[in-house]
Structure formats: C-alpha cells, structure tokens
Design a protein. Structure first.
Length: 142
C-alpha cells in the first residue's frame, strides 16, 4: 500500500463524509464509534445501532425519517453482515451509502471506525517522516 495514496483517500473520504453529514446521518455500531467520528471532526447526526432497538425497528425509524444514510459499520465479518442486513431492511425506502466503508477497509490497517483516529495520526506521522527522509537524501546527493 502506498502510504501517500492511502492518506489522500482517507482524508478525501472524511471530508466528503463531513460535507454529506450536514444533511445525511451516519449509522455506526456503538458510542466509541461516535466519539471516533467526532474526533475526526465529524459533527452531524450520528445514530448508533446498539441503541436498544431491534435492527428491523431501527431501520423502520431510519426509513421514516431519512431519505439517505451513511453506513459505517465495522469492516470485519460481523460488520459486513450487519451492513448487508441494514441494506436489505432499508431497500426501496432509504438510500444506503456504503462506499466509505470500502475506502476505509482498503486503505487502513484497522477494522473499525473506533481505530481510525489513531491510525490516521500514525499514518500522517509516517508520511511526514518519509518525506523528510527523502528530502535529506535528496540534499545529500548534491
């Protein structure tokens, strides 16, 4: 994985989510995911799956209140199943935006939103260190 490209993809996705989240809520698994999104600067409506409602009831609530929803369940096996179940329940009622899960899964070394703030911080540090090292090596060659 090219670290620069991964960082760019993740940062672009986060900026898009911030913009969409002004009008479109985000669905996450739990409160730690909510805190992680807030840590990433995302401040719009966030709904947790583990809020005491059955999935079908939660989906009925979402469908009755929203035309679109961003689904950011974990990208482990359980999270993928949960995402598919939610999509099936909302089919024909609410548009499910899931591409950000794919971007994060492809470009990160973590399996959930909860781990994204620290992963992103470390990724930025590594990219900066590599740039500095290349610059030093470039200067040495002259």
């Amino acid at each position: 994985m090219n670290l620069n490209e991964a960082l760019e993809e993740i940062e672009k996705a986060i900026e898009e989510i911030k913009e969409k989240n002004k009008n479109v809520p985000i669905l996450v698994e739990g409160e730690k995911d909510v805190m992680a999104l807030q840590n990433l600067g995302i401040s719009g409506k966030i709904i947790t799956i583990h809020c005491g409602k059955e999935i079908a009831n939660l989906c009925d609530y979402i469908a009755s209140h929203y035309k679109e929803i961003i689904i950011l369940t974990d990208w482990d096996r359980r999270g993928w199943r949960l995402c598919r179940e939610i999509e099936r329940n909302l089919e024909g009622r609410t548009k499910c935006i899931t591409e950000y899960r794919l971007i994060f899964a492809k470009n990160s070394m973590v399996k959930d939103i909860e781990g994204m703030p620290s992963f992103l911080k470390n990724l930025k540090r590594k990219v900066k260190e590599r740039r500095q090292r290349r610059l030093r090596n470039y200067k040495k060659s002259f």
